[in-house]
Design a protein. Structure first.
Length: 287
């Protein structure tokens, strides 16, 4: 195992599909109380096979949850670039940053859910166009957070002498996380992001990490500046077993991942989750 890696971080992906507001409050407060570093919502508008289950909107959800938590960092994993103009996304993010006292992370991705776009009247351009939209969005977000005025003339977005106040609580800007496994998006991650989020089997994500490192080196950036987030496999529930959790952690930590995101236990039993958080994770942090 790479002993030069930074201290690990741990988060929970608390999807809001099928959940009520009181349930989301309970889960986020539990993650906060158990000492997790991050808690995430998702950026989708429907849930269930018929689409009729509850699905609260991700950004307004974490705005409501921010004053009901005290220390945990909050974010949307990840915001689809097709759903919001970057100026609106930044206003939402900086608002949550102030509400939370500097605890928000901006997650951004290229979007993918074709049926959801069709149902709600959003345009889902070809993948190459969406990646180009992400590139412009990342530039705009950085400028709005760090410059007094922003003028930007891109192919997809235009801003003219746009002021942006208040600035974020976090300095020099709110951390930006890019969720991806694609080549072009990893190139953008290398250039603009503070964090990278992905999912996949160890062999696949190890190759993706090597690609990201190579892109960092091409532009003269230290790859270690980017924290690397891995999510638990979608077909598993690692919070239901200490052994499963440790296997997940050890496999991906050995590849160089710094942060580990798990789901709420699928069986609904929080006793093992509490043991992982209060007994296992502290040992991993101090190893």
């Amino acid at each position: 195992m790479n002993n030069t890696l930074p201290r690990p971080g741990f988060g929970m992906f608390l999807r809001q599909g099928g959940r009520t507001w009181p349930e989301m409050v309970e889960r986020f407060q539990l993650a906060d109380q158990l000492g997790f570093d991050y808690a995430w919502t998702s950026d989708h508008f429907v849930a269930g096979e018929d689409g009729l289950q509850n699905r609260l909107e991700g950004w307004t959800l974490i705005a409501g949850l921010a004053p009901l938590t005290s220390r945990i960092k909050l974010g949307v994993l990840v915001s689809g670039v097709t759903f919001r103009h970057p100026s609106l996304l930044m206003k939402e993010a900086v608002t949550v940053d102030h509400i939370s006292g500097g605890r928000v992370i901006i997650g951004i991705g290229a979007a993918w859910h074709e049926a959801e776009h069709r149902m709600y009247g959003f345009t889902l351009p070809p993948a190459g166009v969406r990646v180009a939209m992400v590139a412009e969005t990342l530039q705009i977000m950085h400028s709005l957070m760090t410059q007094q005025y922003t003028t930007f003339k891109g192919r997809y977005y235009t801003l003219e002498n746009a002021p942006f106040e208040p600035k974020p609580v976090q300095k020099p800007r709110i951390p930006i996380l890019v969720g991806t496994s694609g080549n072009k998006m990893l190139e953008l991650t290398a250039r603009y992001a503070d964090m990278w989020d992905t999912i996949g089997d160890p062999e696949f994500v190890a190759e993706r990490m090597r690609f990201l490192d190579s892109k960092c080196k091409e532009i003269g950036r230290d790859p270690s500046e980017i924290r690397r987030f891995i999510r638990e496999p979608e077909d598993d529930s690692v919070a239901t077993s200490v052994d499963k959790f440790l296997d997940f952690y050890n496999r991906y930590r050995s590849l160089g991942f710094t942060d580990f995101t798990i789901d709420f236990p699928k069986n609904g039993d929080v006793r093992t989750l509490e043991k992982i958080a209060t007994e296992v994770i502290p040992e991993l942090r101090n190893a």
